[in-house]
Design a protein around this ligand. Structure first.
Ligand code: ADP
Ligand code: ZN
Length: 731
């Protein structure tokens, strides 16, 4: 038995998830404890969970210290993980308790293992299928065969426990004792992979070699869509597992996991552990525990999987590393891509950042030699890159209220005749982005936000895309009260679908838009159906841009290629470039049929569109990098956002002004403060938002100065201040 750091009764400092902004002092439990141990401690009348962080501050009167109840039976938090949380907190200026919350997002952490009751489908539906019962069956469907407990099932279905129990009595469901937290099946890294093309084989060899060294290293794996990046990084996974270390693959979207799991199973003979919001509580607990015991070899997950308690993490893959969903923008503001690199440096792991269209940050890091870089320049096998062309909308004949040009109509018609699929891309959910009264000019806006309500015709509602508020579609103008004067302005995917059904009444169409699917499972099913040829024309928002494989798809038509170019956002060009290339990359993924992408634009000569069309992406990144460098903007300079929110615009603005006036600590590091200014969407959910932006040189000690600065300005409790280091969005 190793002697614990702290003998029973001695003073310890415990980090908890309570928002207290400090480590709490206790006496060590009867068993004694060591740094990193998970303990259960009293806080007022409650029992909470924390991690032994060190000696304790010693300020609190020793005679009044309460003792920790017990040490939990889970592997202690490793030094490397504690260092990671501290460094990540310091970088993102997030309180430690919020970091610990990320690292312990699992219920029943301290509960003993053992059997528990789960529910499974047994017989057919009950004779009397009430609404509540139907919802339970739908929820079972959503869980997709995963073991689910009583509360979770009842919550998901929005019914009482009694309804679930009733279905057991009727024989529709059965209750089974399931062992809790069982191990995952072993993946076999020695199974042979696919035979690789020459450039794949070279990249795989380099990555395998790196994995073997068990040292930190970061590699940008840049390969055009369909070049076989996944097969390449699976080789890095194989080498990591063969060394007995753990691997983590981050994906930007849950809907992509299904295909990935299948590929892992084909490669390694079993499925990996999963960690994302679509996974049941029981499965999350199992995943967390098995990862902590070093038994889960490979985890595939969303950004928060980065905070799992790996014992020996040897590889982190960030797939589609440019994707903006890696940036978390509520609670702790962190970019999973950057935190992956940080974690890897602390645990001597390799990072692979994979993308066809890297972020400018990663591209620049590869240019400067900070990251290694591997390129896959052609599609795997016989498949060719799609050809790209613009449709000049200034010369196309369009009836008002329609958006598909005659040229694009002709191209779609050709595909239908050949039995191939077309994708029409428009990054706008709903029917129309604006509803206008033709009598008085009134535009319907959200009551709580400075944003227009968007008509969703399938749901017959107006929805605010900022706060989610909705109301039924009015028949009269809320301003002048005239009947029948409200008119949709501009297209959303639903309106585009209407146009498509007029143009191609015989064609089977499918709309892919995140709001049209009640569950991740429904979306997955739709995607599978489309991949199998279940639609002739797909109309989609940006969810179609992300990595899905539609073998029959040979034409991509972008309805409005100019849409992203007009923003004043720092990343407007970069984002448009990435999105257009990704969408175009959906076409012609198989050898038999070459793909084509047509971009409707009113300004096809725009440099960003030219870069997209010519495919000279290095030239694009060089130009973009030069522009950012001369402006001192990221990744060559640094930005931090300060967002103040509160119910009273004047009060919020005054605090912003006070901050601006007292920015000495910012000036000291040679940085500049811009603002305060009302945010572009000034009000969301009734809260006014005022922004300040700090711009500093790359090497300036930004965080320390920021913390000192915002700490000295008092604000009323109903005004919130949020710091966003390396902000991605400025709305
Ligand atoms: P990327 O991630 O670069 O877009 P993928 O890894 O998804 O590309 O590969 C594109 C397609 O080519 C997939 O269907 C994949 O199964 C196939 N593929 C890639 N590499 C190979 C290989 N070496 N042998 C057989 N098929 C491959
Ligand atoms: Zn709203």
């Amino acid at each position: 038995m190793i002697r614990p750091d702290f003998l029973p009764g001695t003073r310890i400092g415990v980090l908890t998830t309570q928002p207290l902004d400090r480590v709490l002092d206790y006496r060590a439990p009867e068993s004694g404890c060591s740094v990193g141990d998970f303990v259960e401690v009293p806080l007022g009348p409650r029992k909470i969970i924390g991690v032994v962080w060190g000696d304790g501050e010693g300020t609190f009167d020793a005679s009044k210290l309460r003792a920790a109840y017990r040490k939990l039976d889970v592997p202690p938090m490793r030094d490397e993980m504690r260092a990671f949380l501290e460094r990540a907190a310091a970088y993102t200026l997030t309180p430690m308790e919020a970091m610990l919350r990320l690292a312990t997002r699992v219920s029943g952490l301290g509960d003993p293992p053992g059997a528990r009751k789960v529910y499974a489908l047994a017989g057919g539906p009950p004779a009397r299928l009430t609404d509540a019962r139907a919802r339970v069956l739908d929820a079972m469907d959503d869980f997709d065969g995963a073991a689910v407990g009583l509360s979770e099932l009842a919550n998901a279905a929005g019914v009482s426990h009694g309804v679930v129990k009733g279905l057991v009595q009727l024989g529709t469901l059965i209750e089974v004792e399931a062992p809790r937290d069982g191990p995952f099946p072993r993946l076999d890294p020695m199974l042979p992979g696919k035979e690789l093309a020459a450039d794949q084989a070279y990249a795989a060899k380099v990555l395998r070699h790196a994995a073997h060294d068990a040292k930190y290293g970061a590699t940008l794996l840049k390969g055009v869509t369909g070049s076989g990046k996944t097969e390449v990084y699976l080789e890095a996974v194989a080498a990591t597992l063969a060394k007995g270390r753990q691997a983590l693959v981050l994906l930007p979207e849950i809907a992509l996991t299904a295909e990935f799991l299948t590929r892992v199973e084909a490669r390694f003979g079993a499925r990996p552990a999963e960690w994302h919001s679509g996974v049941t509580q029981a499965e999350r607990r199992r995943c967390w525990g098995q990862v902590a015991h070093g038994n889960a070899q490979l985890v595939v997950g969303a950004r928060s999987a980065l905070f799992l308690p790996f014992q020996d993490l040897g590889l982190i893959v960030v797939d589609e590393e440019h994707d903006s969903s890696y940036k978390q923008e509520d609670g702790a503001h962190y970019n999973a891509r950057d935190m992956a690199v940080l974690r890897a440096t602390l645990c001597s792991a390799q990072v692979v950042l994979a993308s066809a269209t890297p972020s400018l940050e990663s591209w620049a890091n590869a240019q400067s030699g900070k990251y290694a870089r591997l390129d896959l320049t052609s599609r795997f096998g016989e498949a060719q890159m799609p050809s790209l062309a613009a449709i000049d909308m200034r010369t196309e004949d369009l009836v008002s209220g329609t958006w598909i040009s005659p040229t694009l109509v002709g191209a779609v018609r050709q595909r239908i005749e050949k039995g191939e699929q077309s994708l029409l891309f428009l990054n706008r959910r709903g029917y129309a982005p604006l509803t206008l009264c033709r009598a008085c000019g009134h535009q319907i806006e959200c009551d709580e936000c400075d944003a227009r309500m968007v008509e969703h015709r399938f749901q017959k509602r107006l929805i605010c895309h900022q706060c989610g508020a909705s109301r039924s579609m009015p028949t009269e103008c809320p301003n002048c009260h005239l009947e029948g004067k409200l008119a949709p302005v501009g297209p959303g995917v639903e309106r585009l679908a209407e146009e498509v059904s007029h143009l191609f009444p015989e064609a089977r169409t499918a709309i892919l838009s995140s709001d049209l699917f009640g569950s991740a499972r429904a979306l997955k099913a739709q995607i599978q159906d489309i991949a199998g040829g279940g639609a002739d024309i797909i109309i989609g928002t940006q969810i179609v841009a992300k990595g899905h494989n539609f073998p029959k798809l040979t034409l991509v038509g972008v309805i409005d290629a100019d849409l992203g170019l007009h923003g004043s956002d720092l990343r407007a060009s970069e984002r448009t470039f990435q999105l257009m290339r990704q969408v175009a990359g959906r076409a012609g993924r198989v050898a038999e049929a070459k793909g084509e992408a047509l971009l409707q634009s009113f300004q096809p000569e725009h440099p960003v569109l030219q870069a997209i069309l010519t495919g000279e992406d290095e030239a694009f990144w060089e130009a973009e990098a030069a522009a950012r460098q001369s402006a001192g903007m990221p990744p060559f300079g640094r930005l931090a956002g300060v967002v103040l929110t509160g119910p009273d615009q004047d009060v919020v603005m005054q605090i912003g002004q006070k901050l601006a006036r007292n920015s000495g600590s910012i000036a000291q590091i040679g940085a500049q403060v811009f603002g305060p200014a009302l945010a572009p969407i000034a009000r969301i959910r009734g809260q006014f938002r005022v922004r300040l932006l700090v711009k500093a040189e790359k090497t300036a000690p930004l965080q320390v100065a920021l913390a000192r600065w915002v700490g000295q300005v008092k604000r009323p409790p109903n005004v919130r201040l949020t710091l966003d280091i390396d902000p991605q969005s400025f709305y």
